[in-house]
Design a binder for this molecule. Structure first.
Ligand SMILES: Cc1cc2nc3c(=O)[nH]c(=O)nc-3n(C[C@H](O)[C@H](O)[C@H](O)COP(=O)(O)OP(=O)(O)OC[C@H]3O[C@@H](n4cnc5c(N)ncnc54)[C@H](O)[C@@H]3O)c2cc1C
Length: 302
């Protein structure tokens, strides 16, 4: 298919220039990172910008660094960068587990984590993991910089807290205590380039409340607050994990937190049942990892 659009392409070399171009536009300017969502959307006329601002020539935006107890991913960090980073593997292996589930090598080489958050697909893989980790989204606009907690980022399918004229410069992620255990489980129709039918992320930190988030089962990725309350109320025992009856109660309450739909990838009831299965497995894996055992990160739980 030919891509025949009357389109200006701009590749600024500083953030200030990028902001200036955004400011001059009439609201039909699109930012380009890896292009793995934007280009298909333009091809299918779902998005029709008159100007594309490519961020890739701006230095410093592909930074992946630990400072104090916080990991920073610049907005051009790709899923391959995450997968191949020994720093991430050592300190936040759930990010590696998540990145390994995204599409294929070709897509992962281009697709950015921040682009994933900005696309805000209900099934985006980065969403649930960054939700349980309590990440912050860093933005810059003509009026300065601001931070949006990930809990306030997703506003609906393909809608976020990004304001006109703003650019996401990166995400910051507090690194949990070394004794933490986490897990990401994801269901799709086949291996490779298919969006999730459902996914779940779990973070267990002994002495702190357990966090659970789902994707592809509601208009946005979301925290499972009722499930979390059940797990918090009955506590996590570092030696034995959660009592089996607590896990069963949490699993039975999944339907109160999510609102799955039927679409071309799966039926609503199938999604609900599989979320229950995935939660049970992800909780078991995260708990075992917190205790120093469990399946190696990156092992598929499905
Ligand atoms: C074949 C295929 C398979 C896929 N498989 C998966 C999958 O398994 N899991 C999954 O989660 N996703 C998948 N995707 C979706 C896509 O690859 C991801 O959402 C990707 O992370 C998007 O990042 P990008 O860098 O390509 O973003 P782009 O396409 O460049 O941009 C996406 C959107 O974000 C905006 N944007 C990008 N960067 C910024 C920024 N810094 N500030 C503000 N706005 C910005 C753009 O303007 C655009 O609206 C797949 C896509 C394809 C084509």
């Amino acid at each position: 298919m030919t891509l025949a659009l009357d389109l200006a392409y701009v590749a600024p070399t500083t953030l200030d220039d990028a902001l200036l171009v955004l400011d001059e536009g009439d609201g039909r300017t699109a930012l380009l990172a890896g292009g793995t969502d934007l280009v298909p959307w333009m091809r299918d006329a779902q998005v029709l910008p008159d100007r594309v601002v490519d961020l890739k020539r701006i230095p410093g935006l592909r930074e992946l660094a630990l400072s104090g107890g916080t990991l920073r991913l610049g907005c051009l960090v790709t899923f391959t960068d995450v997968l191949t980073s020994s720093l991430v593997r050592d300190r936040l292996p759930i990010l590696v587990e998540m990145a390994g589930h995204v599409a294929s090598v070709g897509i992962r080489n281009r697709a950015t984590v921040v682009g994933n958050l900005c696309s805000a697909l209900p099934s985006g893989d980065a969403g649930p993991v960054l939700l349980v980790l309590g990440a912050d989204v860093q933005l810059v606009g003509r009026c300065g910089r601001r931070t949006v907690p990930i809990d306030a980022w997703f506003a609906g399918p393909r809608r976020t807290a990004l304001a006109p004229g703003e650019i996401v410069t990166g995400v910051t992620i507090p690194v949990p205590d070394p004794g933490h255990g986490a897990a990401f489980a994801r269901l799709s129709r086949y291996r490779g380039e298919d969006l999730a039918q459902a996914s779940v992320a779990v973070l267990v930190v002994p002495g702190q409340a357990t966090r659970v988030a789902f994707a592809a089962v509601a208009p946005t990725p979301l925290r499972a607050r009722r499930v979390e309350r059940i797990l918090a109320a009955d506590g996590f025992d570092p030696t034995g994990g959660f009592a089996p009856e607590v896990v069963e109660r949490a699993v039975r309450s999944v339907g109160d937190d999510i609102a799955p739909i039927t679409d071309l990838r799966a039926g609503d009831r199938y999604r609900l049942r599989m979320c229950e299965v995935m939660l049970r497995r992800a909780l078991a894996a995260a708990t075992a990892r917190a205790a120093g055992g469990g399946p190696a990160y990156g092992t598929s739980l499905m």
